[in-house]
Design a protein around this ligand. Sequence first.
Ligand code: ADP
Length: 332
Amino acid sequence: MVSTASEAEERAVESALRPKNLDDFVGQARVRQQLSLVLEASRIRERTADHVLLSGPPGLGKTTLAMIIAAEMNAPLRISSGPAIQHAGDLAAILSSLTEGEILFLDEIHRMSRPAEEMLYIAMEDFRVDIVVGKGAGATAIPLDLPPFTLVGATTRAGLLPGPLRDRFGFTGHLEFYAVEELELVLRRSAMLLDLKVSSAGFAEIAGRSRGTPRIANRLLRRVRDWALVHKIDEIDSSAAAAALDMYEVDERGLDRLDRSVLTALITKFGGGPVGLSTLAIAVGEETETVETVAEPYLVREGLLGRTPRGRIATAAAWQHLGLAVPDHLAA
Ligand code: ADP
């Protein structure tokens, strides 16, 4: 895929803003504490760390944590992802070239093919891969020992991982959406690195619209920076931040265009539900997985959308948020 200059810039800024160690990593206190213990114990035992599974919605810091793990363990990091591993052979090539103590980060691990998954079970447990040579009746498996390594798997959907794979991780950390105050800390650090002047109220305004997600907070900060540059504003206050973000269609609750189109479809096309997830996804022209892993978790957390056995429903707060009269059956 050819990326545009702005995507390339986006990635460059994102990597510049990534915290490099656990102390700089804001929030997620429990995961940070548990992970720090896992790493410390492995240093004391002089062994590679247990395999780590990180789950949670996109942009909450899974890749960042994998990089921090490698830095804290002073180990090289190899990065790949489930969709990039279509054949067991793709995985065998990666595994057989790992060096001792290396950290292997597999993003979207739930999207790996089944044969690759089975190869990974054995590699994780016994540090071995069986390379199949030949085809049909003449095929033979040649076992190849691997140096001990640490797998860091990331998934937006821990529930989709087969049990045997989940069980082979020594530590599982679930990342939660960030509180507004935590996002303010993320933004303060980024503003300092980008050499931007923002007032406290300005930080609060951007943080409140960041969907509980550091990646979005950093992205909005850059949009606000552009707006301030064009409007020749030296220090970004809350009204500058609000004006800029209104222009980019990020509302005061942090809902973006996808979030709002999910709620709007749910209410205007299906009377507020219940409606099945895949029907809802078709109505907004998105992949089911995008609606389920990107839009839904935040809408549920904000109390705007409910999951019921019969399908998705819009809550009274969703009708209110879109400026619509709450139907009688939802009005308390
Ligand atoms: P994921 O892999 O979960 O999609 P990333 O690790 O790529 O998310 O994080 C996206 C961006 O958000 C990173 O570039 C980083 O700058 C920022 N970020 C994520 N988590 C934190 C955090 N806890 N503290 C500070 N910045 C963070």
